[in-house]
Every structure is written in C-alpha cells, then in structure tokens.
Design a protein around this ligand. Sequence first.
Ligand code: PMV
Length: 361
Amino acid sequence: MTEQDFIPSGYEATATSGSFTWRAPSNIALVKYWGKRGEQLPANPSVSFTLDACATTTTLRYKKREYPDDDFGFELYLDGAVKDSFKPKINDFFHRIGKYMPFLKHYHFTIETSNSFPHSSGIASSASGMSALALCLMSLEQEISGNITEEDFFRKASFIARLGSGSACRSIRGELVVWGSHPEIAGSTDLYGVAYPGKVHPVFRTYQDTILLVDRGEKQVSSTAGHGLMHGHPFAERRFAQASENLSALQQVLETGDTEAFIAIVEREALTLHAMMMTGKPYFILMSPATLDVIRKIWSFRKETGVPVCFTLDAGANVHVLYPESEKEAVMEFINNELVAYYEKGHYICDRIGGGAVALP
Ligand code: PMV
C-alpha cells in the first residue's frame, strides 16, 4: 500500500450531526522508535505491548457546516474544561490528515477528551490521545463512506493516528504491534502499525507493566525535539540498524518464551534510547537519580530471587516494570517494600498487556 491508497475517491452519504466515542490505550515499546523522516515515517522499526489501564477516552461531536470553510472548526475540552493550549497541535494534525479525510472542513467538531492517568503524571498521552481521535474520525468517515471493511477501518485509523504522533499508530489494536518495515516481519510497513504476526509464547500474553511515577515534572524535551536529535547524530545509522537487529532477535525470544533473552533486549533498548539523548547535540539526561536507583534495585532483586522482572523507559524518568503475571505477588511486594521511597507520593500505575481500542456507546 502507499499513501495514495488512503485518499478516498468520494463519499456516498451525508451525516448531519452526531457523536462517536472511543477508548484507546497507551503502549510501551520493547524496541524503540526514535528518529523520523518525511511525514512522520519511522527511521527504524519498533514493536510494543499495547497497554490496558492507561488510556484516553475521546468523544467527537460533529455537526455539518452549512458551507465548508477554509479553516478547520473545532473546540477542545480536557476533563470537561476548555483546553485551548491543545488547539495548535490538533490544527496541525487536521492539516496533515486533510487530504486523507477531505470531509473535515465540512464539519464543526467538539472534541471531549479525558485520560485514565493523571495529566501531570509524566505519562505521555499523545499515543492514546491521537489514537482515540483518529478512531472517532474514522467512525465518521465510515458513516459517510458506505462500506469500509473492519481491516481497512483499523488500518486507516493507525495510518491517521501515526500522522498525529508516530507511536500512536501502535495504540489501535492489541496485543503486540509492529510499526516500521522489517524484512522478516510479513506485512510490516512504515505507514501504519500491524499486529505482530509471529508466534507469541503464552508467558508474554500475561505481561504486567507497573509504571513507577518517579518524576511527575513537565517533559524536558518534547518528542519532536527528541526525534530531531537523531538528524546528524553521530550514532544514528548504527542505532537504526541495531533496532532492526533487535527486532530480528526478539522474534525467537517471543516464540520460545525466553524471558532472560527478552530482558537483555528490552533493557538495552531502553538504555540505548537514553544514550542517544545523552550523546545528542544538544544533549539531555532524562533519567532522574530515582530512575537509576530503581534500575539498580531491580537488578539486585532479579539476581537474588531469579524473578524475571525488568525495566523499560520512555523518553522520561518514569520506570516501566515488566514481568509475567505469575510473578505479580513477588514483584508487587518488592515494589511496595523496596521501591516505595523512589516513586512520588506513593504513586504507581498497575497496567498490563491489553487488547486494543474499543468503541463506547
Ligand atoms: O510518538 P512519539 O513521537 O511521541 O515518540 C515516542 C517515542 C518513544 O516513546 C520514546 C519510543 C516508542 O517507540 O514509543
């Protein structure tokens, strides 16, 4: 498929007013996307666990305009309050997707959004937020298009979500999603996320992600600026190749259920992501002292007990603690007893691998 395949030839029906609601999850990458080119295309392939508890719920109310306007018309609410500061981002998004969704200028929208996790938690809401909005827009496109197959619906939702925030394209369906073309992964493409097609050992389908909110401050580096650091980065090309290699290696690990090999790939990916930021121009340290303390504690706990628990990180200080469900009791006891000093005000979020976005009535 190419970008052109996402441009509709015309619409068959009209819809004057109504609303759609979707709840879309966040995701946590095992092999990280970091660096982009062109129109939100990834510099390397990535794979993520779709999450379950961390999610955005968005209602899109639409009303047909009497006359289409040159500008996009919309209002935005976060948790019931007007949120004008989000408007430029959504306006840019509408500009970017306009040619793939030519109906946009024919409607006025009210977008009401809320996150299951606190806004100041340091948990990025762009993946779940852009995914939920893309799905609502797809529901409207489906309404006026006549027939769209389920497969086409979710494929285009992922394609549209990607244009809002790259990693959002992995937040449409569960449970493991690949984004970015990889020679060994059938169907993988830079244009949208696809369900990981390989065999997955049952142990990985039970994975838990306890997110320790060690630093709830504003992000030091926006993700756009962060990806930008990879342009001209001295290690960029090697890093992009390494991500592909790690995805190759992960396939066998996922099939055999080798949690030890899984840990080695996932932790190294997280540290490499941060290493890229620490060696960029300008350079950043996005971990906090607590991040490092937690990592060290996880390593000693794993060594002492043999429990296959590991960490991963996003572009921030919070620590995602990953482990199979069968180890939940032991890991939660460890988190509550030994890590309690590191996360802020006793905050963590218990999440797990999830099945993807759902439409709500
Ligand atoms: O989707 P963006 O542009 O916010 O990038 C997110 C990148 C990471 O979360 C750091 C890694 C990933 O693959 O999700």
